[in-house]
Ligand binder design. Structure first.
Ligand SMILES: Cc1ncc(C[n+]2csc(CCOP(=O)(O)OP(=O)(O)O)c2C)c(N)n1
Ligand SMILES: [Mg+2]
Length: 796
């Protein structure tokens, strides 16, 4: 008996020691993080960094949250989370400063190679060959973005992937990607950002879908200068959300409200809520109230300007770290002097790491400076006439204590301008060009995949047709394709409005939900923004989602996450994260202001980093799908709305043939004029070409097939060399994608050299297309108009 008691006592002592140690470690991380915020702000104010936004005032919640973030979990958060990153060991203080200094060396800023503002974190999801890493065995941070609540739509997909891995039988084999769907997506968001539609749409979708998501609202009462009363109904996001509270027999979410200074309660509630969402996949939201901003919003201003003095006093009194200190002392977990030691150590630790980061950042630039100075001084020796000016250039560069890469190039360029073509400048010019190439690698790479997973490296395989090849409606061909593709590739998932039960509004997925199950082919609510987000998140977790936007006109609702998140992901992570989402939509000709749009200029200009495919028929579309499924980049596939009922031949090698991206196809050969177009407009163009034939005018029609990339081998200019006349036609507004094509051929391909007459564009009118067949005829380019323009060009 006595023995047992002493064992229990020893155990209790051990667990108390462990508890104490954990608390003090959390306190230490909080102090280090606070110190990092204080020091980093000074770095910006003294000009060593451009801008800073920090996690001071949010420390306690984040050390608490970090305790329950397990291997395999994901975070989709925002710029306040440095403490969390330090606590889970995915960021060091040194790395934090490297990013603040915009260090472009990926070894120093492993999150973005200096491409992102500070506190925008990420971990690698793919290796250098674009293969998915074993995310189930890692702690995963999806790359942060600055647009408020922009992390929400993606989070839906990251969380939904867990549900897919848990419920879809075919996905159970991918043990490296998921441990039976036990992964929780941790989401952080500011109180003011909850005013965004992104927040509401995501919460509603998560509540409907029931996915493992733990949302933490960091509530400091302000969105920059605007207080909660202008942001949130009842000034409380947890109260405003009460109708979503899960009850017995309903879906919904669990809601907790906790205080950001109350370390003990947060630890308890986070443990409970996260355990529940991990087990049951019911989402959970923690409203963390009464947080502070000791230094205000960012380095761009001071909060004394807009916070009442009572608020500033309150923030000082209720500072989380101060409160945690009091709590530790009250509970006799450490003495005042022990805590003092931790605080002192934190200061030194941050100072040392800041210095290391600065040295690493500046070292390579100093080397460039030294080499440039030597070259310029050598030039001065061999060119006495320019010597004094050259020496002035080199001494200016030397005396710059915080030189940038651009300063080195500016000095070298100025020196080269001075000496002209002189042979003595050979090495200087050589060095200048080397630096240009080096900086190009640092700043201008990875917009798309460049390695084996680049869509541009997929070999062309032609479709094969045999004698008994059937001719079917376009939608039937697609339907056969999706059937075979889903049978072959277990990672394929498709979803969107009306995609599940009826198999999409044009029946591409008809019957396939029955065959492959709701886990793989599903209906969604009307929520284009989070349909896109769902696709982004699923793709980031190694799945192959086809996210459907019912009509191209409604892409606008989902454009933000495509532009800000998917299109920038590979670039902003220096190639460490990829998002091979296929956004499938249909557009161009139909009827009416919101069903016949062709806003291609909007698409190509907002979606650099995404491929834009505009197949003229469904067989071409399938070839592009095949190409894209072999690669890692996101794409938007715009099928022709009026093409689903046109007859096409069904290729025998449906899953094998590929259409390479950026390769136009001549679909009608001719000698007098080159017509460049794509998609639905091609049929009208073909009609016009037939009409023109009666007048002995021979048209060559080129289908560009993809707008991004555009004619990579400059095939169009080859045609122009033959015809010496060119017209670009599409259904976008004037100055839209037709102007883009015009620019590509004239400027990039040097097409202006081969023109006999002025080149033209023919587009839709600037207004939206009016309803009905006449509305279409008088709003969009029509065959008669094309005929007239071309006849005129032939007369010139
Ligand atoms: C879409 C968008 N609008 C505006 C901004 C500029 N902005 C950056 S942070 C911010 C306030 C965010 O407040 P909150 O969500 O409460 O987060 P906090 O900074 O207070 O932690 C604003 C308006 C932005 N980044 N994105
Ligand atoms: Mg706020």
């Amino acid at each position: 008996m006595e023995n047992q008691t002493s064992v229990t006592l020893v155990n209790e002592k051990l667990s108390f020691d462990r508890f104490r140690e954990e608390v003090l470690n959390d306190y230490k991380i909080a102090c280090i993080s606070r110190e990092a915020s204080l020091v980093a702000r000074k770095e910006v104010l003294t000009g060593k960094a451009k801008f800073g936004i920090f996690g001071d005032g949010k420390e306690l919640a984040q050390v608490a949250m970090a305790k329950f973030f397990q291997t395999g979990d994901f975070r989709s958060g925002y710029y306040r989370d440095q403490t969390f990153m330090f606590a889970i060991g995915l960021a060091t203080v040194e790395q934090f400063f490297s990013q603040l200094f915009a260090d472009p060396d990926i070894n120093n800023d492993p999150f973005s190679a200096g491409r992102q503002m500070n506190a925008h974190f990420a971990t690698p999801f793919v290796d250098e060959n674009g293969e998915w890493l074993d995310l189930a065995n890692r702690k995963n941070i999806s790359a942060d973005i600055a647009p408020t609540a922009g992390q929400m739509p993606r989070a839906l997909g990251l969380a939904l992937a867990s549900k897919s891995f848990r419920t879809v039988e075919e996905l159970k084999q991918f043990k490296d990607l998921s441990d039976n769907g036990n992964e929780v997506c941790f989401v952080t968001v500011g109180d003011a950002a909850t005013s965004e539609g992104h927040f509401w749409e995501t919460i509603n979708a998560a509540a409907v879908l029931q996915v493992p998501m733990a949302i933490f609202v960091w509530d400091d009462g302000y969105g920059i200068s605007v207080p909660k009363k202008y942001q949130t109904a009842k000034s409380s996001i947890s109260e405003a959300l009460m109708g979503m509270q899960k009850e017995e027999g309903t879906n919904g979410i669990h809601i907790y409200a906790v205080k950001g200074w109350d370390y003990a309660v947060m630890c308890e509630k986070f443990e409970e809520g996260i355990r529940i969402t991990r087990e049951t996949h019911v989402p959970v939201l923690f409203h963390v109230e009464e947080m502070t901003q000791p230094q205000g919003h960012s380095t761009s201003g001071s909060h004394e300007r807009y916070k009442p003095s009572e608020r500033l006093d309150w923030e000082r009194d209720w500072d989380g770290i101060k409160k945690m200190r009091e709590w530790i002392l009250e509970n006799l977990l450490a003495s005042d002097s022990e805590l003092g030691e931790i605080e002192q150590h934190s200061k030194e630790f941050v100072r040392e790491n800041r210095a290391k980061a600065w040295e690493k950042y500046l070292g390579p630039i100093r080397k460039q400076v030294a080499q440039a100075v030597e070259l310029i001084n050598n030039l001065a020796k061999s060119l006495p006439e320019q010597a004094s000016q050259l020496v002035r250039l080199s001494s200016e560069l030397v005396s710059n204590h915080e030189p940038l890469r651009r300063d080195v190039l500016k000095s070298l360029n100025a020196a080269l301008d001075l000496v002209g073509d002189h042979d003595g400048a050979y090495w200087t010019r050589d060095f200048y060009n080397d630096l240009l190439a080096e900086n190009q690698k640092l700043y201008n790479t990875y917009l798309y995949n460049e390695g084996p997973k680049s869509a541009m490296k997929v070999e062309e395989v032609k479709p094969e047709f045999s004698e008994d090849t059937p001719t079917l409606n376009g939608f039937e061909i697609l339907n056969r394709y999706f059937d075979e593709a889903f049978a072959q590739n277990p990672k394929l998932l498709a979803f969107g409005e009306d995609v599940g039960q009826i198999g999409d509004v044009n029946q591409g997925f008809s019957g396939l939900q029955l065959k492959y199950g709701e886990g793989r082919i599903s209906d969604t609510g009307i929520r284009e923004l989070t349909i896109v987000g769902q696709g982004i998140g699923l793709a980031m977790r190694g799945l192959r989602p086809i996210a459907e936007i019912q009509y191209l006109d409604y892409l606008l609702y989902g454009l933000e996450p495509l532009s800000d998140d998917a299109a920038t992901l590979h670039y902003r992570t220096f190639g460490q994260q990829s998002c091979p989402v296929i956004v499938r939509t249909r557009g161009h000709r139909l009827e009416g202001i919101w069903h016949s749009g062709s806003p291609m200029g909007m698409v190509i200009n907002s979606l650099r980093g995404i491929y834009v495919c505009v197949p003229r028929n469904m067989v071409q579309a399938i070839g592009m799908y095949n190409t894209l499924l072999k690669s890692n980049d996101p794409v938007i596939m715009i099928e022709c709305l009026n093409g689903y009922r046109l007859k096409e031949r069904l290729p025998d090698n449906l899953l094998e043939f590929t259409v390479p991206l950026g390769i136009p196809e001549v679909i009608r050969h001719g000698t007098d004029i080159t017509i460049v177009s794509y998609g639905a407009t091609l049929r009208i163009t073909q009609n016009a070409a037939e009409m023109l034939e009666a007048f002995d005018i021979s048209c060559e029609i080129i289908d560009v097939q993809t707008l991004l990339p555009f004619d990579v081998h400059h095939k169009i200019v080859d045609s122009l060399k033959k015809t010496n006349r060119i017209v670009f036609i599409d259904e976008d507004v004037p100055g839209g994608a037709a102007a883009f094509m015009f620019n590509k051929v004239m400027e990039e391909q040097g097409g202006y050299r081969y023109l006999d007459v002025a080149p033209r564009t023919i587009t839709a009118k600037a207004h939206r297309p009016a309803y009905g067949s006449d509305g279409d005829y008088f709003s969009k380019p029509n065959a008669e108009e094309i005929e007239a323009v071309i006849k005129e060009m032939m007369k010139e």
